[in-house]
Design a protein around this ligand. Structure first.
Ligand code: SF4
Length: 86
């Protein structure tokens, strides 16, 4: 339980930094809202180069490799609306 909380905190800080860099460079990258993610694994199954399951939640991996043409429907793949682009 503590480990999951620590990992989520580290991930959050990492994603905030990535978000700032993406904003600075004017690029879009995918984000996961952990208040909405139910851990179904659909994102990791459809886009294994961008998401992987860690415990009960999905993580964005290789966010910098996101390409809207190469990864269409990335937002729609999540049945819980947890994935956004920003
Ligand atoms: S598809 Fe959505 S709910 Fe399912 S693991 Fe991915 S982010 Fe979480």
């Amino acid at each position: 339980m503590y480990r999951d909380g620590l990992c989520a905190s580290i991930y959050y800080v990492w994603m905030v930094n990535i978000k700032l860099i993406a904003r600075e460079w004017n690029i879009l990258i995918p984000y996961i809202d952990y208040g909405l993610c139910e851990g179904c694994g659909a994102c990791a199954e459809v886009f294994p180069d961008l998401f992987e399951m860690r415990g009960e939640k999905a993580w964005v991996i290789n966010a910098g490799s996101f390409d809207q043409e190469k990864h269409p429907d990335i937002v729609q793949v999540c049945p819980f609306g947890a994935i956004t682009l920003g």
